[in-house]
Design a protein around this ligand. Structure first.
Ligand SMILES: [Zn+2]
Ligand SMILES: [Zn+2]
Length: 187
């Protein structure tokens, strides 16, 4: 498949890379129908995020159509349109149960590395360095979505991609910022 890959500061290329495969029963594979470039992707392009490796597939804001599911997976089926939040969540750990999705204790394969860098482990994130798990992102034709039975959402019928895509990060991130600032309206 084709994917946007990081190769160094200011060097992002459209490469041919191996297609993603199901690795776990909780995985789905999406054919990406829409993706966005985040402001925080610029930090990667500018070389400000450590532990990026040449060939890493970028992109944490994407949605698509299910083309394959893990054995026994029931939440989605082939052909479903799915919107994928950028945090990967196990749904079972203490932080997930508290609703602290961004610090899931199980989804980041390199949690110890993240804890050394940030003081605490973050959740696994798509396309955002090896500190956040080294998961391939969705600026690609296909993407593997791990733990897809927790955070990903079924797209309602009749609602187009552009109306849903920003649920992956930008809209809820802005909402959370407004909540933290206790904005009530009129300020
Ligand atoms: Zn983003
Ligand atoms: Zn968790």
């Amino acid at each position: 498949m084709k994917a946007l890959c990081w190769h160094g500061k200011g060097d992002i290329r459209c490469d041919t890379v191996p297609d993603p495969r199901i690795e776990d029963a909780r995985d789905i594979i999406l054919k990406v129908t829409s993706c966005a470039i985040c402001g925080s992707d610029l930090h990667l392009m500018d070389g400000q995020m450590p532990t990026m490796e040449a060939g890493d597939v970028l992109g944490h804001e994407f949605m698509g159509e299910v083309v394959e599911v893990g054995p026994g997976f029931t939440k989605f089926k082939k052909g479903d349109r799915v919107v994928v939040p950028f945090n990967i969540n196990c749904g079972e750990c203490r932080q997930c149960r508290l609703g602290n999705w961004s610090v899931c204790e199980r989804s980041n394969r390199n949690g110890e590395m993240a804890a050394a860098q940030f003081g605490y482990p973050t959740a696994g994130l798509f396309g955002y360095s090896h500190l956040t798990g080294g998961y391939a992102g969705g600026q690609a034709e296909y993407v593997r979505v791990p733990m897809a039975d927790v955070a990903p959402m079924l797209a309602p019928e009749g609602v187009d991609d552009e109306s849903l895509l920003f649920l992956t990060d930008i809209l809820p991130t802005g909402w959370q910022g407004a909540e933290h600032c206790e904005i009530k309206g009129g300020e």
